[in-house]
Write a protein that binds this ligand. Structure first.
Ligand SMILES: Cc1cc2nc3c(=O)[nH]c(=O)nc-3n(C[C@H](O)[C@H](O)[C@H](O)COP(=O)(O)OP(=O)(O)OC[C@H]3O[C@@H](n4cnc5c(N)ncnc54)[C@H](O)[C@@H]3O)c2cc1C
Length: 403
């Protein structure tokens, strides 16, 4: 096997661990540096569409995701006040038939744990917060950590999330923008709810200046919800700010009793602000690049942030694996492959936030008529016409450098 460049990955989130596991399969020595003291994910779910599950398949993790997760039958839209069904479009099993892999709801901790299994524990350095990155004198890159440690490698991949230190070191400081949306999330044992209270679907309650998504996890034993409300109050992006049932119920006062009954049973609720960035035209410099939220944080309205981090991880590992002797060119090719797709999804997710939260009753009525019409003319179309996202198979892309 040709000599492999050494690789440092900053961040042991979904994207960083996936990249580490995929690079190891291609013979790379990878060191992952994570700021947290232990590998952990917030208690919340994540929706993975076929394009993301294909990356898990390449890691032989698809079965695990399906057996630990939940396959929803439909996307269902509900009206916030009347509880009227606005649309119902099929997911399982049609999604798999059309796009070649299932649509899975999985607990983030289960996903992270499975990805971490693909990386030897000795390669993951916890409590290492990257604070600086520079070209090293003798070639390669030098990463410095808050605890005083430094590390050298030929390649550095910044998978360190929306506040990426690697991004700051490569392209300068630029704060993310508060979108005016506040989120609450919680997970509820399904048996705390009356039987049949929650449809086995990906449900989306749409109302003026807010929406709520809920779905099952872990074979239907847990219900995950994310509740979003527009607000002027500025909030940090931490996923770990505790909130309360009372605060949540107050924010959704007047919404349908079926939804409020779900909130009534929630414990351990957390809240955070939703932040956003514009697409970044360039992600790579010399031997360093970005991946996942560090490169292209996106609003959750298309449920694609983790999926795109997984696609990035596959693409960067495959480019480096094919051209280990030309790492800078491989990183530039990775960026060229991924930038346009992820920028398009970032902007589409942003646009969808506007239609989901429509305030004017007349505009909401027109939107709902459009949903109803789509059901008549193309009942199997995905609700938000996201076929172009789901269809993509990053594991089958041809990757050849010129020269
Ligand atoms: C409400 C909500 C719902 C969502 N739902 C979905 C969904 O259904 N489907 C989907 O695909 N996506 C969803 N997403 C998006 C998804 O969660 C993110 O896009 C995804 O987690 C990004 O993964 P990442 O690995 O790039 O970054 P992160 O998960 O943020 O991981 C970054 C890691 O880097 C570490 N780190 C940070 N700074 C440093 C540093 N300086 N040095 C070392 N380590 C560092 C962090 O501790 C963390 O472990 C949702 C997001 C939100 C907000």
């Amino acid at each position: 096997m040709a000599h492999r460049p050494s690789v440092i990955i900053a961040g042991a989130g979904i994207g960083g661990l996936a990249a580490a596991a995929l690079l190891r399969r291609r013979g790379f020595e990878v060191a992952v540096y994570e700021q947290a003291r232990r590998l952990q994910e917030v208690g919340a779910g994540v929706q993975l569409s076929a394009n993301a599950v294909k990356v898990l398949r390449s890691l032989e993790m698809e079965e695990h995701a399906v057996s630990r997760g939940f396959l929803p039958t439909h996307f269902i839209g509900w009206s916030w006040k009347s509880g009227r069904r606005l649309y119902r479009t099929p997911i399982s099993p049609l999604h798999e038939q059309r796009f070649g892999a299932p649509y899975v709801h999985i607990h983030r901790a289960d996903l992270l744990e499975a990805l971490a299994d693909g990386v030897p524990a000795g390669s993951i350095h916890l409590a290492h917060r990257l604070v600086d990155l520079a070209e090293a004198d003798g070639g390669g890159m030098r990463a410095s950590f808050e605890n005083g440690h430094t590390a050298h490698a030929d390649v550095v991949i910044g998978a360190d999330g929306i506040h990426s230190a690697v991004r700051r070191c490569l392209f300068g400081p630029e704060a993310p923008r508060f979108t005016g949306n506040m989120c609450w999330r919680g997970v509820i044992p399904a048996d705390a709810l009356p039987a049949g209270h929650i449809a086995p679907a990906s449900s989306n309650w749409m109302g003026p200046q807010g929406h709520v998504v809920h779905y099952y996890l872990r074979g239907g034993s847990l219900v995950n919800f994310v509740a979003v409300r527009e607000t002027d109050a500025w909030l940090g992006e931490s996923w770990t700010t505790p909130s309360s049932k009372e605060e949540l119920l107050q924010a959704f006062e007047g919404w349908h009793p079926r939804l409020l009954a779900l909130f009534e049973r929630a414990d351990g609720i957390h809240k955070w602000g939703l932040f956003d960035r514009d697409p970044l035209p360039a992600w790579s410099k010399g031997g360093a690049t970005l991946l996942g939220d560090a490169a292209h944080p996106m609003l959750p309205f298309l449920a694609q942030g983790a999926g795109q981090a997984l696609e990035d991880a596959y693409a960067v590992a495959d480019w480096l694996g094919r051209y280990p002797d030309r790492p800078a060119e491989a990183l530039a090719a990775y960026e060229a492959e991924r930038q346009a797709r992820t920028a398009r999804i970032q902007l589409a997710a942003r646009a969808r936030s506007l239609t989901t939260h429509i305030k004017s009753p007349w505009a909401a009525f027109k939107r709902d008529v459009a949903f109803a019409w789509q059901q008549v003319v193309s009942p199997n179309a995905t609700t938000h016409r996201a076929e172009w996202i789901y269809r993509h198979d990053v594991t089958q892309v041809e990757r050849t450098l010129g020269g």
